[in-house]
Design a protein. Structure first.
Length: 139
């Protein structure tokens, strides 16, 4: 796969899968034994776990929007940096009670490893502190 093809896989995962809510796309874009290093242990391995994480994100933020800031590919790695905006509908975040209906904007960096045209590994860095401040969970 070319670097551009790898970037397209990642863009589709973010824009159509996560933001668009097409969980079936995860089966197409991810290997059956993909590893999501940023997920809780119970959801770390496989497409079912990846779907669980995406579904949880969408339940808390059903009206998600994503703006790509940059997409960089090198070798088998693709990094996408962007801003996710949404209206928070979750009861809590990281075990801390939150209010619903708050509009939030969070910067994220996702790193994907692609092999054979499929996502095989994922890491994420998210501004959880900024999100918790926006939700009023901490000052």
């Amino acid at each position: 796969m070319s670097l551009e093809e790898n970037k397209q896989i990642v863009r589709r995962f973010i824009h159509e899968g996560v933001i668009g809510g097409n969980l079936e796309l995860i089966d197409e874009l991810c290997s059956a034994d993909c590893v999501n290093h940023s997920a809780v242990p119970a959801a770390r391995i496989g497409t079912a776990g990846m779907k669980r994480v995406v579904a949880g994100s969408r339940a808390a933020q059903p009206d998600q929007e994503w703006t790509d800031e940059r997409v960089i590919a090198e070798g088998d790695l693709v990094m996408i940096h962007g801003v996710r905006k949404a209206t928070w509908q979750g009861e809590s975040f990281r075990g801390i009670a939150t209010q619903k209906g708050i509009r939030v904007a969070v910067e994220l960096v996702h790193l994907f490893r692609i092999a054979g045209g499929k996502i095989v590994e994922h890491w994420a860095v998210r501004d959880d502190l900024g999100l918790m401040q926006q939700l009023g969970a901490i000052k």
